[in-house]
Design a protein around this ligand. Structure first.
Ligand code: WTA
Length: 679
């Protein structure tokens, strides 16, 4: 009843774009219309490939058409964009007003209230819960009202520390509904890491659950939040949802979330937001010790997530989209929540692990939920490959149409297996390159041609409106087709991050200044004769462990705090499952009285307490000294070469302060390799 009366009225008043749509039926090429309905009327555009050219030649017209067609506006924008990459200024759909939760929920409730919006794939196989658009809107509204009643205002930032579940999605959307920004912190982060993010985001409200359930085990997430919040004087309240029956101690600042939500109305007036108001911040690692809160705003981000979700994966209405990323990462934000919901799709929210209760989990789920697009990480594919084909063959995967890969390079062996065994050789593999900073996929095999050739292990082609370029060390754009250099994006795009929270200068210095006029991604890439891009890896001190980004400096900070440690250097090394493993060189203090086993345990405890388990060193090499330049800088390049056993290309060692240090490091490494592997 509420829907038919109140929400409908609410929605109609929201759907009043000032600019009228033009019907270009006569010049509308039918093939493009079928492929990209929004492209109607673009002269010279006959297919998705020519649309890609158009999107670069007439960027404003392209994005204008997309924004008008794909988003529901409260009031229209006055300019498509106002950007200057040199100055770190990025604004899209200037002055436009809208509400992201209305775009993700209300407008679909109007047309298909009982369509399944999300399927919560809980840890125990077969216990999935389906949530319709109507139910998700209701949940979001109740929570929006509760947040408002408890004093959360437009412009505040709410930290969400939850495993993937409908209430986590509703929490994100409830923030969007009332105009608060959200800051989702991956629920595997330690209390120290969580506290740092709560403080930096200046959140006074935190949302969590009593316990998380993953791989058959429970984790007391509320306890982690309590420990974190005890060090955050600004936190006024912690909303606690009950994931399990296990009671949890509640203090004065705690709010029983579901009970309170039940007292709230199912209609919640959406805040009218400016295109450039903050939608969320998400912390990620950079090359310094301090994680950075990348800021994403409303309209541009949502449009980009929606458009990429549709065209990169060839998502069609009625498909079930299975992105198995955690909502704590950007992949979960863009492709579990915002992209699919903006498109009125059905999205899977996955709580478990690839090997629970056995290595057939993903494919059993594909069969049971009839998943059409499966989007996962190479690290999981490499792990499953080792368990053998029988776990895949056991299940019917005929529903699958597209297989996606994200977060790190996918090696040829994993690619081939994914294609041949999982996809029975008939599903395209889309290797998608992007970052927390880019908001959505920027390079993928088939954004602009659903039949294009795909080369294993290559992201290949830019998305509409994206112009990748390669630059050399001097900042010169490499113009020959086949080239190798620093990957930059030469045009701003709506999905890109706008800033680093509390530190816009760092945003400018990191992304805009290294190559003035370009957005610097921090990655290196090759371009082939055919013009296809292949990502070669990070150019900075960020490593990628099981698809999780971590700055080596962050780990060093923790290691250096150990009382026995004088100094350390952390690097990434090739790991056959994780992609990269963490290798720590540690110099002990002269008077340190500690065995290597004790040191290993201490470092493990400290890193998991300060950051997260995934950041723990896999290998620890105790060294007498580290190779340094005369100015005292650790030569990590040399350490990397030693660990990769590439001793013939150690490079120029003439700036080394003490060349003997390298020899010692090599010997120490060889001694370690001859020992049984460390866990
Ligand atoms: C890496 C994840 C190779 C890259 C969406 C990037 C990739 C970092 C790929 C961003 C890919 C992501 N091939 N490398 N397809 N996708 N990366 O912010 O180094 O967690 O800079 O975003 O992951 O990681 P982030």
């Amino acid at each position: 009843m509420w829907l038919r009366c109140t929400s409908r009225r609410l929605l109609t008043s929201l759907r009043a774009p000032r600019q009228t749509r033009v019907n270009h039926a006569s010049s509308w090429s039918s093939s493009v219309a079928a492929a990209v309905p929004e492209a109607a009327g673009f002269a010279g555009v006959t297919d998705r490939a020519t649309l890609q050219d158009f999107s670069l030649a007439h960027g404003d017209r392209f994005w204008d058409a997309m924004a008008r067609n794909r988003l529901t506006w409260t009031s229209a924008y006055s300019a498509v964009q106002d950007c200057d990459l040199r100055r770190g200024k990025v604004k899209w759909f200037v002055g436009g007003k809208l509400n992201v939760s209305v775009n993700c929920l209300d407008r679909h409730v109007l047309t298909c209230p009982d369509k399944v919006a999300l399927i919560w794939e809980r840890d125990e196989p077969g216990s999935q819960v389906k949530v319709t658009y109507r139910e998700l809107l209701e949940m979001t509204c109740r929570l929006g009202n509760l947040l408002r009643r408890r004093g959360v205002k437009k412009g505040d930032c709410v930290t969400i520390y939850m495993p993937p579940c409908p209430l986590a999605v509703a929490s994100m959307l409830a923030c969007a509904r009332i105009g608060a920004a959200h800051n989702v912190v991956f629920a595997g982060f330690s209390s120290d890491a969580l506290a740092e993010r709560i403080r930096d985001a200046d959140s006074s409200t935190v949302i969590t659950v009593n316990q998380g359930v993953r791989g058959g085990k429970t984790t007391d997430l509320k306890k982690t939040v309590d420990a974190a919040v005890d060090t955050c004087p600004n936190v006024r309240q912690v909303f606690v949802a009950m994931r399990t029956e296990t009671p949890v101690a509640m203090s004065n600042r705690d709010v029983a979330m579901e009970e309170e939500m039940m007292q709230e109305d199912v209609v919640c007036e959406p805040a009218v937001m400016d295109s450039e108001d903050v939608l969320f911040m998400l912390y990620t690692s950079g090359s310094t010790g301090k994680p950075k809160g990348l800021v994403h705003t409303q309209a541009g981000y949502l449009l980009y997530a929606s458009l990429t979700h549709k065209y990169v994966f060839d998502y069609h209405d009625g498909d079930v989209f299975g992105c198995v990323a955690d909502i704590g990462w950007i992949t979960g934000h863009s492709y579990c929540v915002y992209g699919p919901l903006a498109n009125g799709g059905t999205t899977v929210v996955f709580e478990s692990t690839p090997i629970y209760p056995n290595p057939g989990r993903y494919w059993e789920m594909v069969e049971r939920l009839q998943i059409n697009q499966f989007y996962g990480a190479p690290t999981a594919i490499r792990l499953l490959l080792k368990y053998g084909d029988q776990w895949v063959h056991k299940y019917d995967r005929s529903s699958l149409k597209t297989l996606g890969s994200v977060g790190e390079p996918i090696n040829t062996e994993a690619w081939e297996w994914y294609h041949r065994v999982v996809g029975d050789g008939r599903c395209p593999i889309v290797d998608t390159w992007w970052q927390t900073e880019t908001g959505g996929i920027c390079i993928a095999p088939r954004p602009s041609d659903p039949d294009a050739e795909i080369v294993p292990g290559m992201a290949m082609r830019p998305f509409f409106g994206i112009k990748p370029v390669l630059l050399d060390n001097e900042g010169k754009e490499l113009t020959s087709k086949s080239a190798s250099g620093a990957l930059c994006l030469a045009r701003p795009w709506p999905g890109m991050a706008r800033s680093i929270h509390n530190d816009h200068q760092r945003f400018i210095e990191t992304y805009c200044q290294p190559f003035p006029g370009y957005f610097f991604t921090g990655d290196g890439a090759n371009r082939t004769e055919e013009g296809h891009y292949q990502i070669t890896g990070r150019l900075d001190d960020v490593i990628n462990v099981s698809g999780h980004r971590i700055g080596t400096a962050e780990i060093e900070d923790v290691v250096n705090h150990c009382s026995a440690v004088a100094e350390s250097a952390v690097i990434g090394y090739t790991h056959d499952i994780k992609g990269e493993g963490v290798y720590a060189f540690v110099v002990l203090k002269k008077d340190a009285d500690i065995t290597v086993a004790e040191l290993r345990q201490q470092l493990k405890d400290r890193v998991s307490k300060s950051i997260a388990k995934y950041a723990c060193p896999d290998v620890i090499q105790v060294a007498q000294r580290l190779p340094k330049t005369r100015s005292g800088k650790i030569m990590r390049r040399v350490l990397r070469k030693v660990v990769e056993k590439d001793l013939n290309s150690l490079g120029d060692l003439s700036t080394l302060d003490d060349p003997g240090a390298v020899q010692e490091i090599i010997q120490g490494h060889q001694a370690l390799c001859n020992k049984p592997p460390v866990s």
